[in-house]
Design a protein around this ligand. Sequence first.
Ligand code: SF4
Length: 394
Amino acid sequence: MTISWSLDPPKKLQNVVGTGLDIYEQLYGALSQDPATPLSRITVTNAAFSLEPFAGCPARCAYCVVGSSARDIQLDGAVVRMPARPALLFKPVELVDALVTHPAFLPDRSVIGVGNGTTESFLPETERATWEIVDAFRRRGLKNPFWFVTKLGFADGIAERWACRFEMLHDSGIAVVLSVTYSAAPRWMEPHIGDRFRNIARLKRAGIRVSHHLRPILRGVNDSPDAARTAVRASANLADVICIGGLRPDTGLRLVWEQVYKLDPALLPHTNEKDLPEHFEPMLLDIVAAEGLHTPIVTRSTAAITRLLGIDDYALLGYQTPAPALLDIPITDQERIRGKSSIAVTDSIAAIALAIGLNLTFHAVGTRIYASRELLYQERQLLLHAIGHSGFFH
Ligand code: SF4
């Protein structure tokens, strides 16, 4: 059977309020550009599919990347606003139905997130929808692992309810990784104060694994030893891994930073790449050791998830390479894979692509693998996701 689907190139809203900045109409990585379909609220990244039922978030982080999506901000004349109240765009079951029938969804294997790209998922007004999504997968008998990210943590009023839910998932063989984001950032950068690790010990007893997302680190702002020590102490004996990361000043982030929160653009990294100060990781290693902890430190979310789920490198971190190439596979690995399947690596990749509805051919130039045409970001991510979960390299 030939599966077919297509993606439109992302549409852009140009020169937003005269800033010279262009943003996308939909979320970056959305599986559809059509706002009428739930696929427009499902994104794919290296780490996971994320279902985004809501637009709007009260957390008011100054570096919120939601500014990249015109659908998620309010433009009022020359004023940019960030909606603080979450508005439900699609019912949880609509999102789940859309994802599980998408050819690139892998039952029991694709890692699933909820609200990882937009709205905090454990607010009083959002946590019910979060659970409805999780439960919809469970009721279908699916065992896909979940990866949640929280910036606000679990309030007392919902912690016990979620502990019971996590226990039920654990008993059903469904793994959960929770990333708690805390970097001791100043209040002008993250207004929310409060112990984000409160109640995490209870949730861990319910069987989840926890990554302390100690990010974003902004040079000259929260990269000091004192800030790092404060952050490390907050998750001591709770975090199974610490995941650090810098800030990438994407267009949407710049828009929010400058137009909504009126912050100095000079504070942002002077590069378009994610900027993690060079001293930060070695400094953090020393601090973790000095605190008598043995928490491993990683620099990619996918590395944290992979480690906590105990699965192979499904994001192919060791093989990814910048476009236009798709993968960089050492010749020895190409020969090993060919030995297992009896066909060339490029043919194996073509078969995986076809299985998710991408009818492409591939060719190798030395160690680099190229597709027969340029891939949209989403196509590339879906293909890497399919290859990564196929066990192809292992
Ligand atoms: S919690 Fe996430 S979506 Fe909400 S404001 Fe902060 S960065 Fe944006």
